[in-house]
Design a protein around this ligand. Structure first.
Ligand code: HEM
Length: 416
């Protein structure tokens, strides 16, 4: 097969800095949707892939989980990182989470945690989540009318919710916050324990050590929490291995954290940038449900996942060979003019709002109901108490090809 020609616009998808520049990213995506909806991208240090930018194509690919599978390339990483992950897996030492698996194994492993995210479990958790939302809005009052909303509020609240769901004691929360920031803080130097590989390994060992003793304690004394469900799960009569258990904790902690905090921070910024919509929400609190869906569409904190073809096929008549990968551009799907009227307008009453921010099909976000509830609790607490709010500096987006959003949101406000 001859090498496909590349549309320069498509390069942005394999360039972390583009995600920190909304205007640049969306100009490229709008061009691709109109002119090249299945675009070849070859931009080292990433291996080449096909970028799929239309909402309908993203859904069709996710729906067919026999033709399109998650292994061996579930998300965009550099070729070196891909190779390292494969080597570690082959050596039996790599983390393998739900997003790395396909059916039938995926179905069995997903079922272990699934009950904890169903509506009944969510109703039981609501009181706690409301309490945590109030504590975090009160923090804004304590900050004295000005803060960096991302650092002081948004990153803490979803993590505390996840830790509550897992069943960790509150006295361990600050330690876990520090550990997850050290582990997943990305390029944020201020979070890192140190710069050497040993420093990073020490963090990983602390994290593993904490969860290994948690598993041992829940096996000895099972309790009514998600950590117990994971520690005591049996597959064909066998408990999960240490690595499988650890992978479960890691996917819950990571998937449940940055995604929701990015949506809360990005949702607040959208309300600040659109004061008419904030006022509309204050006057019509019954619009909160649609407002939350719109915040999730607007922010789309998970930028992409990938799938690999198990046979030669076509997408929109573009031939794709067995073994080639497609990049599902959720950010683009959620601005698709064919699905959303005036997609670049932030409209808290948007209905219907068939966004693909939670994905689709068998991997559909396990925590979607929890995320919705958290965002709902937070804005239910904040919006009625808000007397005024404005930016106190320039908001900054993170450079990331995967999960993220604002890394700084300086605000000035007055709260009741
Ligand atoms: C607004 C917040 C969130 C967004 C936008 C989001 C988005 C996503 C997306 C796009 C996927 C992949 C879906 C696919 O491949 O079709 C996913 C998977 C997942 N999410 Fe979320 N997520 C959010 C919050 C959460 C929360 C709070 C949790 C709770 C622990 C969570 C847990 C998971 C898990 C476990 C998976 C893997 C599911 C699987 O592969 O079967 N997510 N999420």
């Amino acid at each position: 097969m001859s090498t496909p020609t590349m549309d320069d616009a498509a390069k942005v998808l394999a360039d972390p800095t583009a995600y920190a520049d909304d205007a640049r990213l969306h100009a490229a995506l709008t061009h691709l949707r109109a002119n090249n909806p299945v675009a070849w991208v070859d931009n080292p240090p990433y291996r080449p892939f096909w970028a799929v930018t239309k909402h309908a194509d993203i859904m069709a690919i996710e729906r067919d989980n026999t033709l399109w599978i998650n292994e061996p390339r579930p998300l965009l990483a550099t070729a070196d990182a891909d190779d390292m992950a494969q080597e570690m897996l082959q050596a039996g030492g790599g983390l393998r989470t739900l997003i790395h698996m396909d059916d039938p194994q995926h179905r069995v492993i997903r079922a272990i945690g699934a009950d904890w995210f169903r509506p009944k479990a969510m109703r039981d958790l609501k009181i706690r989540v409301d309490e945590l939302a109030k504590i975090h809005v009160d923090k804004m009052v304590a900050a004295g009318g000005e803060c960096d909303f991302v650092h002081e509020v948004a990153v803490h609240f979803p993590l505390y919710v996840i830790l509550s769901l897992l069943g960790l004691p509150e006295s361990d929360f600050p330690r876990m916050l520090k550990l997850t920031q050290e582990l997943f803080g990305g390029d944020e130097e201020e979070y890192k324990r140190g710069t050497t590989l040993e420093d990073q390994n020490a963090v990983l060992l602390d994290f593993f050590g904490y969860f290994t003793s948690l598993t041992a304690s829940r096996r000895e004394h099972p309790t009514e929490d998600l950590a117990s469900a994971i520690a005591n799960a049996r597959i064909d009569g066998q408990p999960l291995s240490d690595l499988e258990t650890m992978s479960y904790y890691v996917i819950i902690a990571t998937a449940g954290h940055d995604t929701t905090s990015a949506t809360i921070a990005g949702g607040l910024r959208a309300l600040i940038d659109n004061p008419g919509e904030l006022q509309r929400l204050q006057q019509n609190p019954q619009l909160l449900g649609t407002a939350i869906e719109e915040m999730i569409r607007w922010v789309t904190p998970v930028k992409e996942f990938m799938r690999t073809a198990t046979a030669d096929t076509t997408v929109r008549d573009v031939p794709i060979a067995e073994g080639e990968s497609v990049y599902l551009a959720y950010v683009s799907g959620n601005r698709d003019e064919e699905v959303f009227d005036d997609p670049f307008r932030f409209d808290i009453g948007r209905d219907p709002n068939k966004h693909v921010a939670f994905g689709y099909g068998v991997h559909f976000c396990l925590g979607a109901a929890l995320a919705r509830m958290e965002i709902n609790s937070f804005f239910s607490e904040l919006v009625p108490r808000l007397e005024s709010i404005e930016l106190a500096g320039e908001p900054e987006l993170a450079s990331t090809t995967f999960v993220g959003g604002l890394k700084h949101l300086p605000i000035r406000y007055s709260l009741r």
